[in-house]
Structures are given as structure tokens and as C-alpha cells.
Design a protein around this ligand. Structure first.
Ligand code: NAD
Length: 385
């Protein structure tokens, strides 16, 4: 099979996840770039058994052997790095949220279009097999028209004042923290399944800790529990620890969404309940191989992921038989597979539509997040389009 080279900028929590998922495809060479110069890059490359590394991202983008640039850095850097990569003629696979403003996201959509490059955003949750099953049930008419969508996306790794990560500071994360970080996934996921679009938002934010204890050394995501508390300084926090959002959809449906990284016991609980005129669906990322189907006329049902009983579209993303659970990193493997197949087949050149979330989806989510921020500031409903 033809080989292709991916260059990953940022080797923290998710950067390592990209390395692992890309390796599972088997036909991708990997290079990495770190921010701390050659020494850090070499140390991380050694740890991951990677031959090619760069001490800054500019060198990685300038390397003619790199075909695709993966961006796995803090949110506020995505725009400049994605723009530089596109202008250098590279395809881009960017982490979510695509950018910290809708204007930046729109600019990236335009540049990718002008340059005819493939540009994806890592809304990986779409690639759990049961998400495709849920989507197929909507498309077949089994669920009916959407009446209401409820849900939340909660975690607990920023529960204490002593929990610090770059994401709490708006200069790295953008104006909103949890809404951009977790909400963007939820808005993308529920739109992907149902097709209905958010038209209006009304939001309420809370910051539980206006200051947090920042360690003198960098801390990677989810690694805060291991920090030495003798070596910290107080830092002001302007981003939200909690957000509640009321939603109105373009078909008249109503929704509500809450999100936080400071709710004890919820580790990565992204869940939705979608109520249709015929049936309802409930799914929770902490148990991604189960889908609940609610009905008034029949008994409610819980299905377990098993390719032998799923819709064809969901079977495509099931690598293993029933009872062999598929999880977080499998979603990236599936997504990367579609993305790289699209590039290697020159599908864009042939005018074929992408089967994965693109910068246009990243722009849509950036716009929703921006309007949610505006709504909580004004304390009123705000139109999204
Ligand atoms: N899709 C998902 O499920 C998912 C999960 C986690 C994080 N993310 C996203 O991934 C991005 C990174 O988050 P993370 O949790 O991995 O953070 P992290 O802090 O664990 O890692 C970020 C890494 O980027 C490096 N870095 C910072 N600036 C750099 C630069 N200029 N050049 C090269 N390296 C640089 C840091 O040294 C660090 O190693 C964020 O945008 C986040 O929203 C997505």
C-alpha cells in the first residue's frame, strides 16, 4: 500500500493518542514537533520510537516529506498552526475546537477550499459504531421527528482549586472553556445523528474557582492529580467551570445541555437523550457499546454493539464482534482511516464529499460556542445564524 507521512504538532495527552491510532492503520509514517526545542522533541521521539522530530512546528510544516499536519496543541494555537500548514500546501487534521473564534474558523474553511486541501476536525465521537446505528435509525424514520434533545458532558478532573491545566486560562483555551472543549463535541454529535440545527441559545455560566493553583512546571491534560503542591502560584481564572444551555432547533424541537469538568464521579460522561415522535434514544460515552431505545408501545430495549445486528453503516465502523468492546482510541483509528483513504484516493480532486467532520463542521461548532458565550454575557436568547 502507498505510504504517507503525518507530522504531529504537540505530543501531550491527545498527541500520543494520534500516534497510537495512526500506527494501527499501518501505512502512515509519523514525525513529531514539540515546543521545547530539539532536546524535548528527541526525548519524546525516543519514548515513542519515532525517527523524525522537530524542535518547533515551523520546521515540521516546512519539511517537504510531510503530507499531513495533525494539530494537537492548546486551542488558541490551532488557528495560526492550521493556517501555516494549509498555506504550505499540507492537508490538516486539527483537534477540536477548531479555533477560538468563528471568524478564525471561517478563514480556515476558505483557505482550505481555495487550496483544495483536505481539512478535518477531530470530532471523533461520531465514530463509535452505535452512533452510526443511532443515525441510521433516524434516517430510516424509526425514531420519527425530533421533539427534544437533552444531555450533558461532564468530567471531574478540574474539581479542586489545586487542579490546574492550561485550559483554565482563556489566553490558551479561548473565552469559553468547557463549552468549547466539551460542548463542541456534544453539539457536533447530536447534529450528526439527528440532522437538526441549533437556531437559538440561552446560557448560564458559573466559575467555581476564580483562582487556581498553577504549578511552575507544565502539566499535561488529566495529569493534575500528580502535581507537587509546594510549587504552585495563584492564577486568575476567567473561564467557566460550569455551563447550562437551553437550545431551540430549526425544526421547532427544544433542548437542554449542561457541561462541567468539576462534577465528582463523572469521568467522561458525554450523554444524550433524543426524543422523537415515535421512539427515543439514550447513549453515554462511558458505556459506548450500549444504546437504549425507548418506546411507548413496546418494551424499552438496550442493545449491545454487535455487528451481526447493526445497520450496515455501523458495521463499517465495528472492527470487532459483539461483546468485544470498542472504545476511545478506536474512534480515532476509524476516523483516520476514512481521512487518509480520502486523501490517498484523491477523492477531493474527484469532487467526492467527505464522510468525516471537516473544517466546515468546526466552523459551525465555533459559531454555536461563540453565541453561547454572548448569551451568558447578555443574559438573553441569541440567534445562531
Ligand atoms: N478529540 C478529543 O477527544 C480530545 C481529547 C483531548 C484533547 N483534545 C484537544 O487536543 C488539544 C490538546 O489537548 P491535550 O489534552 O493533548 O493537551 P496537553 O496539555 O496534554 O498537550 C498539549 C501538548 O502540546 C504541546 N505544545 C504546546 N504548544 C506547542 C507548540 N507551539 N508546538 C509544539 N507543541 C506544543 C505541549 O507541550 C503539550 O505537550 C486541545 O485542543 C484539546 O481540546 C481533544
Amino acid at each position: 500500500m502507498k505510504k504517507i507521512t503525518a507530522g504531529i504538532i504537540g505530543i501531550g495527552f491527545i498527541g500520543r493518542g494520534h500516534v497510537e491510532a495512526l500506527r494501527r492503520l499501518g501505512y502512515i509514517d509519523i514525525a513529531i514537533a514539540c515546543r521545547g526545542g530539539e532536546e524535548e522533541a528527541k526525548a519524546k521521539a525516543d519514548e515513542l520510537c519515532i525517527d523524525k522530530c522537530f524542535g518547533n512546528y515551523g520546521e515540521l510544516i516546512a519539511d517537504p516529506d510531510i503530507d499531513v499536519v495533525h494539530i494537537c496543541t492548546p486551542n488558541s494555537q490551532h488557528y495560526s498552526q492550521a493556517k501555516a500548514a494549509l498555506l504550505a500546501g499540507k492537508h490538516v487534521f486539527c483537534e477540536k475546537p477548531l479555533t477560538v473564534t468563528a471568524e478564525q474558523a471561517k478563514d480556515l474553511v476558505d483557505i482550505a477550499d481555495e487550496k483544495n486541501l483536505v481539512a478535518a476536525v477531530h470530532f471523533n465521537k461520531r465514530f463509535y459504531p452505535l452512533i452510526y446505528q443511532a443515525k441510521a435509525m433516524f434516517e430510516s424514520g424509526e425514531i420519527g421527528e425530533v421533539l427534544a434533545i437533552n444531555g450533558s458532558y461532564n468530567q471531574d478532573w478540574l474539581l479542586y482549586e489545586t487542579d490546574y491545566n492550561w485550559i483554565v486560562e482563556s489566553k490558551y483555551s479561548g473565552h469559553s472553556r468547557v463549552v468549547d472543549d466539551l460542548g463542541s463535541h456534544w453539539f457536533d454529535l447530536t447534529k450528526f445523528i439527528t440532522g437538526v440545527k441549533i437556531k437559538k441559545v440561552f446560557a448560564d455560566y458559573a466559575t467555581f474557582f476564580p483562582t487556581r493553583k498553577k504549578p511552575s512546571k507544565p502539566v499535561e491534560t488529566f495529569a493534575g492529580k500528580m502535581v507537587d503542591l509546594d510549587d504552585v502560584v495563584d492564577v486568575e481564572v476567567t473561564t467557566e467551570d460550569y455551563a447550562g444551555v437551553l437550545l431551540r432547533y430549526d425544526n421547532g424541537a427544544r433542548g437542554s445541555f449542561t457541561t462541567s469538568q468539576s462534577l465528582p464521579g463523572r469521568k467522561n460522561r458525554c450523554y444524550f437523550e433524543i426524543f422523537g415522535t415515535k421512539k427515543s434514544l439514550f447513549w453515554d460515552e462511558e458505556k459506548p457499546n450500549e444504546l437504549w431505545i425507548g418506546s411507548r408501545e413496546e418494551g424499552n430495549m438496550l442493545i449491545m454493539k454487535d455487528p451481526s445486528i447493526l445497520d450496515e453503516s455501523a458495521v463499517e465502523f465495528s472492527s470487532y464482534p459483539g461483546g468485544h468492546n470498542e472504545g476511545f482510541n478506536d474512534t480515532s483509528k476509524q476516523f483516520f482511516g476514512k481521512f487518509y483513504e480520502y486523501i490517498l484516493n484523491d477523492s477531493k480532486g474527484k469532487g467526492e464529499k467527505e464522510s468525516f467532520p471537516t473544517f466546515k463542521d468546526g466552523y459551525r461548532q465555533a459559531l454555536i460556542c461563540e453565541k453561547i458565550f454572548e448569551s451568558q454575557k447578555k443574559e438573553q436568547w441569541v440567534d445562531v445564524d
